[in-house]
Design a protein around this ligand. Structure first.
Ligand code: URA
Length: 261
């Protein structure tokens, strides 16, 4: 079959459908899949489907009613909003800019649209962080009342950690900003702790471990609520998919993504 030139509509659409909607590459770009040029290439290489059929260049879509997928993943729930999962390496700052020119988390994702990190990881902490322009989801994940679980792996000094110190970490540690809430803590190997907390205080895990006499040597966040990813390499990112957004929405009460919200 001959490919339509850019701007033409596929032959199988009737006149009303040809005139309808936005150009597919524009819609993909607005959902953060790359520049229009990159999105055109994705379409041309057959990675994009509309309502289950491989899309051709020139296709227009109605974002309200058409079901658009890239590599089988729905492109996003709301036009204009993007949600990246980033594996932050050590030495990257969780802010949108740095007066000293150090690398920031937003340098790791596409420059447009402008996005921000959801919460913070310390300069030396590694692991998963959501980066988005979705203010509602940001508030829902970071709001203390939601208590979204965050799971960390911490290598600590002077291991193994005694049963008494593990109990203290689980029950609550007195820090200078008050007692920490209950935490799930296990020691899969001597000196390696798996810690799940529901709060998001500044340097919380490091301070908890300091308080029981085991300073942290390396700290990696491995889970945010329902979101895990063992294969995302340090410094890289991917889009959160629709099922992850729905799961986050259900866990945080953010609304907007879960069916019926
Ligand atoms: N706790 C810390 O101590 N540091 C982080 O970056 C995250 C949680």
């Amino acid at each position: 079959m001959t490919q339509p030139h850019q701007g033409e509509q596929p032959w199988y659409l009737d006149d009303a459908e040809r005139a309808k909607g936005e150009r597919l590459q524009k819609v993909l770009a607005a959902h953060g899949w790359g520049s229009r040029r990159v999105c055109e290439e994705m379409i041309a290489s057959g990675r994009v489907t509309v309502n289950g059929l491989t899309a051709e260049l020139g296709r227009r879509v109605d974002v309200e009613s058409d079901d658009v997928e890239v590599d089988g993943v729905p492109i996003g729930v709301k036009p204009g909003l993007v949600h990246y999962l980033v594996n932050k390496p050590r030495g990257v700052i969780c802010s949108v800019g740095d007066p000293h020119g150090r690398p920031t988390i937003v340098d790791l994702v596409p420059p447009e649209p402008r996005v921000h990190p959801v919460g913070r990881l310390d300069l030396d902490t590694e692991g998963l962080i959501v980066v988005t322009n979705d203010g509602a989801l940001t508030n829902a994940i970071t709001h203390p009342s939601r208590g979204v679980e965050k799971e960390y792996l911490a290598s600590v000094r002077r291991g193994p950690v005694s049963p008494g110190a593990l109990r203290t970490l689980r029950q609550g540690v007195e820090l200078d900003d008050g007692l920490t809430g209950p935490a799930d803590v296990s020691q899969p190997e001597p000196g390696l702790l798996r810690i799940t907390i529901h709060e998001g205080r500044n340097r919380q895990v490091r301070r908890m471990c300091d308080a029981v006499g085991h300073p942290v040597e390396r700290l990696v966040r491995v889970r945010i609520g329902p979101i895990r990813d063992r294969s995302l390499s340090p410094g890289s990112w991917r889009h959160l998919d629709a099922s992850e957004l729905i799961a986050l929405s259900l866990e945080t009460g953010a609304g907007g993504y879960a069916p019926g919200t």
